[in-house]
Design a protein around this ligand. Structure first.
Ligand SMILES: NC(=O)c1ccc[n+]([C@@H]2O[C@H](COP(=O)([O-])OP(=O)(O)OC[C@H]3O[C@@H](n4cnc5c(N)ncnc54)[C@H](O)[C@@H]3O)[C@@H](O)[C@H]2O)c1
Length: 366
């Protein structure tokens, strides 16, 4: 049944668009998150939104409003058959990402998938392989990576301004919606793990994870979880995610040998503070043999600097990156492989939860 409320006017495909014309795009999924993609694709000159597709066509119509020229449909095959659609953005539940995204890739479309890339590592791997074989862009919407604050943190960390990374500590807690299909780890930790993947220099990689979780309200799955990641350099990263916290906290601390950075996403006046404070250990040859061991330790108490951070909606930057990746045939900043690395950690963390915090090795490197 073709359940098209209003089909968009016929338009040329990529061959006739020219190298700079807007890319035809369709959004699949008009639930909680899909409308945010719709709004950003509609306001980005790099795209022309052609369709909003949802199993519930009324929901798609409602999101678009009465005067829209964008097509609302529940007929995904018709969307994929439209030659003016060059890219598809998938905002359906994670369990459907493989099916929806794979169909788009097989129809020759570039694909943006909401986080997490897929429900399992194996599903994610199939998507990455399909996109690479076909030379198509596969990008994962790791939204936080496109916030101005995280962009700045990445620049500072990768330029060595903090020195060697010693520890990362990320807290993402609030009274959250207790989900039916995923635990707190799969719901919230993809944000922290994608940020970690994004900011760390290429030579610093997680190699193993241990996770502890609890379900103190009897929800049937973990509502509180703690992840500890071992990094290949000997550094450590910790992630605390929690649906049961009465207060909302969104803080990440990145400790380096030179400086330590604190990002508080809930403090718009000072999202990032960089502390020139820390602990130095003198090299043993610098002190006399008879000096006590505790004299090796010295404390730095320098300035705190709060860099000016611009304001720009993350999803706006994210859709711009999707367009740039398609046009220049380069991997997106958060490409399918970045999505896969996050899935690797999530799966390993789930296995660790089953074995009460056992350390589980990771398979992927960069
Ligand atoms: N980037 C972020 O910060 C962020 C935030 C929230 C959600 N998400 C992600 O967005 C995705 C969607 O989450 P949500 O909260 O909007 O879910 P939702 O359940 O509110 O909406 C999903 C929509 O998809 C539709 N749908 C399901 N299967 C479909 C199919 N095969 N074809 C067409 N439509 C289909 C449903 O009818 C529903 O309207 C998830 O992957 C989620 O993890 C990302």
């Amino acid at each position: 049944m073709k359940d098209t409320a209003q089909a968009p006017a016929r338009e040329a495909g990529s061959a006739d668009r020219g190298p700079t014309g807007p890319l035809g795009v369709a959004v699949v999924g008009a639930g909680y998150w899909g409308p945010n993609l719709v709004r950003n694709f509609q306001s980005a000159p790099q795209f022309r939104l052609r369709w909003l597709c949802d199993l519930d066509v009324d929901r798609a119509r409602q999101v678009l409003g009465g005067y829209s020229t964008v097509g609302a449909t529940s007929d995904y095959a018709a969307v994929l058959a439209d030659p003016a659609v060059e890219a598809v953005a998938v905002a359906t539940p994670a369990g459907t990402h493989l099916e929806v995204a794979l169909a788009a890739l097989r129809a020759g479309k570039h694909v943006l998938v909401e986080k997490p890339l897929a429900a399992t590592y194996e599903d994610g791997r199939r998507l990455v392989a399909e996109a690479e074989e076909r030379g198509l862009t596969l990008m994962c919407d790791h939204t936080y990576c496109y916030t101005p604050a995280v962009g700045r943190i990445r620049e500072m960390v990768r330029a060595g301004e903090l020195g060697e990374i010693q520890f990362v500590d990320s807290v993402r807690i609030n009274l959250g919606l207790v989900q039916k299909d995923v635990d707190v780890l799969w719901d919230l930790a993809p944000h922290d793990l994608s940020i970690l993947d994004f900011i760390l220099p290429d030579h610093v990689q997680p190699v193993a994870v241990a996770a502890h979780g609890a379900d103190p309200i009897g929800a049937g799955q973990s509502c509180v979880a703690y992840l500890t990641l071992q990094l290949n350099t000997g550094a450590i990263a910790h992630v605390h995610v929690n649906w049961l916290s009465p207060t909302k906290v969104r803080t990440t601390m990145v400790g380096g040998s030179k400086r330590t950075l604190v990002w508080d996403d809930l403090n718009p006046a000072q999202r990032i503070a960089v502390f020139d404070r820390g602990v130095d250990l003198s090299a043993p040859q610098e002190i006399g043999a008879d000096e006590r061991r505790d004299m090796l330790v010295s404390y730095r108490t320098g300035d705190m600097v709060a860099p000016a951070i611009g304001e720009k909606e993350a999803l706006r930057s994210m859709v711009e990156e999707f367009a740039a990746a398609i046009r220049t045939h380069r991997p997106a900043l958060t490409d399918g492989r970045a999505g896969l690395r996050v899935l690797d950690i999530l799966e390993a963390a789930s296995r660790s939860l089953e074995f009460r915090g056992a350390v589980v090795g990771l398979r992927t490197g960069r």
